[in-house]
Design a protein around this ligand. Structure first.
Ligand code: PMV
Length: 321
């Protein structure tokens, strides 16, 4: 039985956002979300269980990590070991194919690749649904990266589900970097703070399923305009709930706002382009492959934009070895 495996998973970007956990639910989402798994922006992770080790080890790129990152990896490995006939500590070696330290680091690609590699190395179930469920316990957004193209994670669900594969609807996603350096407040911390202190959180949880239905239907009908409208409202409602927290959480910066204004102006001129932001200042812009070059040029013209990475729909998590 092999005790090592290598897996690759891509990041995903939510068009309909997940923000908030069901109470005491082992990290189940309070609201349904819908995302596109992205080509590129991937993580490759090797897991080797070795009975000679006396503790788990984690290396990202060339750097050995301890503290919170190692604790989160250990928690996932413990869940795998609980199902494994021969539990042992593991050596985990992970590599991102995108610049780290740019604030793009993705828990989604990382935990999904780790879940697939660890399950395969331990010889436990490693089908997409099992991997998605395991990744979800570490980072709910990571559950969606198990599948390629569009996928959804319903409120309270154990695992994500595939919606449309990566070849079903060609689109371009322009990742617009508006700042250097990692984000200030991580998503888990920001989410819990919003749940506890924002009077708008309850409204967000009530309204989010309606935006999900709108987005879900728009994807099935390949209706970019309707998807775009639902996606912009979803991200702005999520950010409004964070802004109303005490103390407030402001993830956007002045450049993010200028990018939003530019996208809105492009649309007034008839260009199909729509924005979304996660718990960070970078703005991701959805458009068609035909319009991607001209939209990218307009984004690069915005004062303060560092760079624009063009991506498209990518595959689900796969085993490399
Ligand atoms: O899975 P987490 O804990 O990293 O949370 C991700 C939350 C957002 O990126 C802001 C939204 C989403 O649905 O991906």
């Amino acid at each position: 039985m092999p005790n090592s495996a290598i897996a690759r998973a891509c990041a995903n970007i939510a068009f309909i956002k997940y923000w908030g956990k069901q109470p005491a639910s082992d990290n189940r989402a309070a609201v349904p979300s819908l995302s596109l798994t992205l080509a590129g922006l991937s993580t490759e992770t090797e897991v080797e269980f070795d009975s000679n080790l006396s503790a788990d080890q984690l290396v990202l790129g060339r750097t050995a990590l301890e503290g919170r990152p190692l604790e989160r990896v250990k928690a996932l490995l413990d869940r795998v070991r609980a199902q494994s006939p021969n539990p042992a500590f593991a050596r985990v070696q992970s590599r991102n194919d995108f610049p780290t330290g740019a604030g793009l680091a993705s828990s989604a690609s990382g935990f999904c690749a780790l879940a697939l590699a660890a399950s395969s190395a331990a010889g436990i179930a490693s089908d997409a649904a099992s991997v998605s469920a395991l990744a979800r316990k570490s980072s709910a957004s990571a559950a969606r990266s198990a599948f390629g193209g569009f996928s959804v994670l319903r409120a309270g669900a154990d695992a994500a589900e595939p919606l449309l594969d990566e070849n079903a609807w060609p689109l371009a996603l322009l990742v617009t970097l508006t700042a250097k350096g990692p984000k200030a407040v991580g998503s888990t911390e920001g989410m819990l703070h919003t749940e506890r202190t924002s009077p708008y959180y309850a409204t967000w949880v009530t309204h989010a399923p309606k935006l999900f239905e709108q987005g879900y239907k728009a994807v099935l009908e390949r209706d970019l305009e309707r998807l775009g409208a639902a996606m912009e409202q979803s991200t702005l409602m999520m950010h409004a709930s964070m802004l109303a927290a005490a103390p407030h959480l402001l993830y956007m910066n002045p450049v993010s706002v200028r990018v939003i204004e530019t996208v809105t102006a492009l649309r007034k001129q008839g260009t199909h382009a729509y924005f979304t932001l996660d718990a960070g200042p970078h703005v991701k812009v959805l458009t068609t492959p035909e319009l991607a070059a001209s939209v990218r040029a307009a984004l690069l013209d915005v004062e303060g934009v560092q760079s624009v990475i063009e991506t498209k729909a990518g595959p689900g998590a796969t085993l490399v070895r």
